[in-house]
Design a protein around this ligand. Structure first.
Ligand SMILES: Cc1ncc(C[n+]2csc(CCOP(=O)(O)OP(=O)(O)O)c2C)c(N)n1
Ligand SMILES: [Mg+2]
Length: 362
């Protein structure tokens, strides 16, 4: 990491490193970001507890990625298009997707991805990096229709090694597409550390080879993230082409609930990473700026917990999807052999899946 070129405004201990932009004190944007980040953290803890008690399938934690997701969600326009991967629930929630639908998705219910609140956003993408090409396709459509909208693709550090990402960067650069790529460089791709992922010292440099302007930002610093995102989104929206942001973070969780990072992640590294985490950093800053206090904090947490409880209740009370969903959401048209199996399930009234523990291996 080249510290000198890393965009950063807040030190890990919550102290401002430089004069802060006026919107920090003249708007409630930071408090709003804090509220979203707190909700994301509560959601994450609850989702893991649900999985551990057999009420949710395999789940990918967002611990440590809250600032990136919240900043992206807050800086995007409602009409923009998000092409998320599987670790962007916080961003989806900021964009208006109720937590109950996100839980449905991770509970194995495809209707979670079909919620009206998704608007034109893509559903979660599990095949690594393919969403970057989907975002380019959407961006091309927006450009062709001369709309002032952008597509935003989010991806991990591991995803930058995929050919799909190189192709997406290339086509975005050549066609000057209104697309922004945001890498959550959380230092791990399951058990593969960043050092073994790529020999390039800054993943953002991958943009330069495709003529895509790129910036590296502290992904635990919500102010730096907003500044970087504003530049990137404005560039794309004004027809000047794509942008790449590499946000440096740390995956404070296991890869998913099916993983045990203690088997490969050095304990010291995790301990150090906790000193950089985004939520405590913002909370300390808000107190320093006198935009927040203990009383408001307690009230907020109480309020968010109630909101979350209501969402979890709604999820658990959602009637199970019909078993035929597993066929209907997979193919546009069913192969005759699958059609036969689907009809058999229907005729024999096979029970639907309901918040069943997932069998995924990731
Ligand atoms: C095409 C493809 N290959 C392999 C996998 C298995 N897989 C799931 S997550 C993952 C690691 C991705 O790491 P990264 O891009 O850094 O994202 P992170 O999970 O760290 O946020 C891999 C290899 C997959 N889902 N899709
Ligand atoms: Mg990663």
């Amino acid at each position: 990491m080249h510290e000198s070129t890393l965009l950063r405004y807040i030190a890990p201990n919550g102290e401002p490193l430089t004069a802060l932009p006026v919107w920090c004190s003249q708007s409630d944007w930071l408090v709003e970001a804090y509220r979203h980040m707190q909700f994301a953290r509560l959601f994450d803890q609850k989702a893991i507890a649900l999985q551990r008690t057999g009420q949710l399938g395999t789940y990918a934690s967002i611990l440590g990625a809250e600032a990136i997701d919240v900043a992206v969600g807050m800086c995007m326009e409602a009409t923009d298009i998000l092409a998320p991967y599987y670790r962007n629930h916080a961003c989806q929630m900021v964009r208006g997707l109720p937590a109950r639908h996100i839980l449905s998705y991770w509970g194995g219910d495809e209707r979670g991805s079909a919620a009206a609140e998704m608007q034109q956003d893509f559903p979660n993408c599990i095949p690594i990096a393919t969403q970057t090409l989907h975002a380019c396709g959407a961006a091309f459509a927006l450009q062709y229709r001369q709309q002032s909208r952008i597509a935003v693709a989010m991806l991990g550090d591991g995803a930058t090694s995929k050919g799909d990402f190189a192709e997406a960067l290339n086509v975005a650069g050549v066609w000057k597409l209104p697309v922004v790529f945001i890498i959550n460089n959380n230092q791990w791709a399951i058990s593969v550390p960043r050092t073994l992922q790529s020999a390039v010292s800054r993943l953002s440099d991958k943009g330069l080879a495709a003529g895509v302007p790129a910036i590296q930002v502290d992904g635990n610093d919500i102010i730096a993230l907003r500044i970087a995102l504003e530049t990137a989104f404005q560039t794309a929206r004004e027809g000047q082409g794509p942008f790449l942001i590499e946000a440096i973070s740390y995956r404070l969780s296991d890869h998913t609930t099916a993983d045990d990072a203690n088997r490969y992640r050095p304990a010291e590294e995790l301990k150090t990473a906790w000193k950089h985490e985004p939520l405590a950093r913002l909370r300390t800053l808000l107190f320093r700026l006198q935009l927040w206090d203990e009383q408001r904090d307690t009230a907020l947490l109480h309020d968010l917990q109630n909101q979350l409880d209501a969402e979890v209740k709604a999820y658990l009370e959602t009637p199970a999807p019909p078993v035929t969903d597993m066929f209907d959401y997979l193919h546009a048209e069913l192969h005759p052999a699958l059609r036969e199996q689907r009809d058999w399930c229907e005729v024999n009234q096979m029970p639907g899946g309901s918040h069943a523990p997932g069998g995924a291996d990731e």
